[in-house]
Design a protein around this ligand. Sequence first.
Ligand SMILES: Cc1ncc(COP(=O)(O)O)c(C=O)c1O
Length: 407
Amino acid sequence: MLDIKKVKKDFPILNQKMNDQRLVYLDNAATTQKPKMVIETITEFYEKYNANTHRGIYQLSEKATFLYEEAREKVRIFIGAEKTEEIIFTRGTTESINLVAYSWGRKNIEAGDEILLTEMEHHSNIVPWQLLAKEKGAILKFIPVDKEGKLNLDNIDQYFTKKTKLLALIHVSNVLGVVNPIKEIIAKAHMNNVPVLLDGAQSIPHMSVNVKEMDCDFFAFSGHKMLAPTGTGVLYAREDILEKMPPFQSGGSMIKEVTMENTQFEDLPIKFEAGTMPIAQVVGLGAAIDYLNSVGMEEIWKHEQEIVNYALNQVRTIDGVTVYGPKEKIERSGVVSFTIDGVHPHDIASILDEAGVAIRAGHHCAQPLLRALGTEATARASFYLYNDQKDVDQLVEAVNKAIKILK
Ligand SMILES: Cc1ncc(COP(=O)(O)O)c(C=O)c1O
């Protein structure tokens, strides 16, 4: 069992009032708060070790390089990758997916080829593929969702054709918390010789993830959604795939030798890390992984199941509230999306803010999914390891208050 009181104390930002109320932060799908351990690691880096990496022949630079590369090793172990060469640091999930679309996509996608996505995707796993498809004359296809927002996988083979070159899909929905049956989907894709990119932005912060067991070809995620600083993200890809990919961005660092006519690129993973990287932030990502490991990913997942089911049971019974997503009790990540009849979700969020409760309202960068669910916007409460039943109670009380005021 998680000791939430102890966990909460690790997050200084939570120890404050908002509009004279206890701050209840429920926008964790957008970004998460940072534990003292991460904040102190960054401060210590700037106070003691700050220098640029990989090029200095002095002690500070060697220490900064050591810490940066140590973070890469922590990521490798955390996601179960085989080699550190397979871990590329990026700015976040969006940049990781763009890297694949520009580098792998431009090399491998031709006119008439098909890129398979799903209706559940975040815009960052749609728009880069739209741009690529327009440039190349390729075709985007979408696996649809059913009325409850689950992927329609009854006859999954129908979505693959001889022209399908990639399946890019979300692991866990940022709108509904639905966990896709990823192993089965990837196995089917591979039977059809189609590589798979997984958007892991909402899975890796909450559950134990192993890229080898899932057998995905690409895995993209953001550090800031898993307690790490903003400006950090990761692209995992198998070494044999990365070796064949041309660079994404180019310039300093990612080179071995430059003449006026030509450039020999660095080996993996630096080939894909052009310019000065967010060094302190990456070291902070390493500290975030240490923190998550110290709590335990299994414990975090179990805790979220309890909190989300506690929240669902209460929010569903409020008169005039519609909760989106599957109705049956399934394993889901800590997200509750809801609307109040006749009230715009932005107004719900404003009233909740007055009650100290921070939630997100809008389309959650997933407009095709919301349209499929028959709405343009929802209010979304998303939980993490530091949220407890008291937080849910404050949410429910605030929703009831919003209904009284707005209806
Ligand atoms: C499922 C999913 N994919 C991608 C992203 C984009 O992440 P970032 O803005 O960190 O690049 C998000 C962020 O909300 C997300 O929830």
